[in-house]
Design a protein around this ligand. Structure first.
Ligand code: SF4
Length: 230
């Protein structure tokens, strides 16, 4: 049998990691509007807005945007100028242009506007990369799909593989393998798991500070173990 690479946890440690995270999330997560929906269009809008933009700012714009374009069909039917107007203040307008293009694509020729639950299919749509595909699959469809953004990559490398550098493409690839290996068994648990890793990266294990005293992962975290051994 091929040996497990050193950055991959065994099953028991992976399960421990996920259980601790999900328990922490249930008690400590923020109540954000996109966590109350499983509508793929709404999840996609939130994910695109959250790229490059702070959560507090997105909360401000998300509701207004969806009031104006409550369905993917309504968005597809809108004039590009109207879509851009509603994105004003969020910046990075390529996201809005791609979202509009995507809406038109999935509703063209009588299309029903559905967004696939398969990450590989989602990635064929304009502006959808590997992370966003995993987010729509797990947050909207509750599929057992992995996702890695900057926050997730940081948490996974600190916990399981401090030697991996998420900025190096080859290491990032390995972190995707870790992300898939630590997913819980069911899609519903994956929803919580993925939200929880991201939330921990945003609130506790941040780029600037590691709040280990408030972290549920100290018993499984290699960075913590190394720091406390000194
Ligand atoms: S124990 Fe510390 S370094 Fe490890 S994940 Fe938690 S906050 Fe980050």
């Amino acid at each position: 049998m091929p040996r497990r690479p050193s950055y991959l946890p065994d099953k028991a440690r992976a399960q421990d990691f996920s259980r601790r995270l999900r328990r922490w999330f249930r008690r400590n997560s923020r109540d954000l509007p996109w966590r109350r929906t499983r509508d793929p269009y709404r999840v996609l809008v939130s994910e695109l807005m959250l790229q490059q933009t702070q959560v507090s700012r997105v909360v401000e714009f998300y509701g207004k945007f969806l009031k104006r374009f409550p369905t993917i069909h309504r968005l597809a039917a809108a004039a590009p100028r109207r879509v851009m107007e509603s994105w004003e203040g969020l910046g990075y307008y390529a996201r809005a242009r791609n979202l509009h293009k995507l809406a038109r694509q999935v509703t063209a020729d009588g299309g029903n506007g559905a967004l696939s639950a398969v990450p590989g299919e989602l990635q064929k749509l304009p502006g959808i990369g590997a992370y966003t595909a995993g987010a729509v699959a797990s947050f909207a469809h509750e599929k057992r799909a992995a996702l890695v953004d900057t926050n997730v990559a940081r948490v996974l490398s600190r916990v399981f593989a401090p030697k991996l550098n998420p900025k190096r493409p080859a290491d990032l690839k390995k972190l995707w393998v870790v992300a898939a290996a630590v997913l819980p068994r069911t899609g519903a648990a994956t929803w919580t798991h993925n939200q929880a890793v991201m939330e921990l990266g945003a609130l506790v294990c941040t780029a600037r500070v590691m709040r280990c005293a408030a972290c549920p992962l100290t018993t499984v975290c290699l960075t913590f173990a190394t720091a406390t051994r000194r």
